[in-house]
Design a protein. Structure first.
Length: 191
């Protein structure tokens, strides 16, 4: 395996001290840190490092394909040095982001409906095992003997119980609507 300097050179980047430090901090964690969290770690070694340098370095590393910018958290970008195919899971209770394995039919280089896949980013959301365990330990029996659980569990159950329309059905519904508009002389969105 090439060292970090060689890796950056192969990607067309000059291996500056800042780039090497940022890349090293990402390779040493699986926590999917934010730019500010990376800055905090790297400043322990380089106290004069600026926030702008970290943001610019993350941008350069992302564009070169050395790291991934993940947007599983809608409020902030997170970064991952594992650029291999994998999915991310974000706990909606504690906001922790985890790597997860997801079997996907499509792989890089495959063609789907005439489109060549270059990247697949899958984000899953829910409640992590740690929060579920904490929730289970706080579950108490109410005076009438029924189980009372943490509000987050009730919200999750309510969300999961909501009826959903599978993606393929929605697609065929759109096609049916546009076909019926065409039959009526209406304008089709594909026209």
């Amino acid at each position: 395996m090439p060292d970090r300097s060689d890796k950056l050179r192969e990607l067309g980047l000059t291996p500056t001290i800042q780039r090497l430090a940022v890349l090293e901090s990402l390779e040493k964690t699986n926590k999917h840190p934010t730019a500010d969290q990376i800055l905090h770690v790297v400043r322990k070694k380089f106290p004069t490092l600026s926030r702008a340098t970290v943001y610019n370095t993350l941008e350069a590393l992302t564009k070169a394909g050395a790291i991934l910018r993940i947007t599983v958290d809608p409020s902030v970008a997170r970064y991952d040095a594992d650029i291999g195919p994998h999915a991310h899971f974000r706990c909606r209770v504690c906001s922790t982001v985890y790597d997860i394995d997801v079997e996907d039919e499509n792989t890089l280089g495959d063609c789907v409906d005439g489109h060549q896949i270059e990247a697949v980013r899958t984000y899953a959301y829910g409640i992590c095992s740690s929060c579920l365990a904490k929730d289970a330990s706080t579950t108490t029996a109410s005076p009438n003997g029924s189980q009372s659980s943490h509000p987050s569990s009730r919200k999750a159950k309510a969300f999961l119980d909501e009826p959903t329309t599978p993606r393929k059905e929605k697609s065929s519904q759109r096609t049916s609507q546009s076909d019926s508009q065409s039959e009526k002389g209406g304008e089709s969105p594909n026209a």
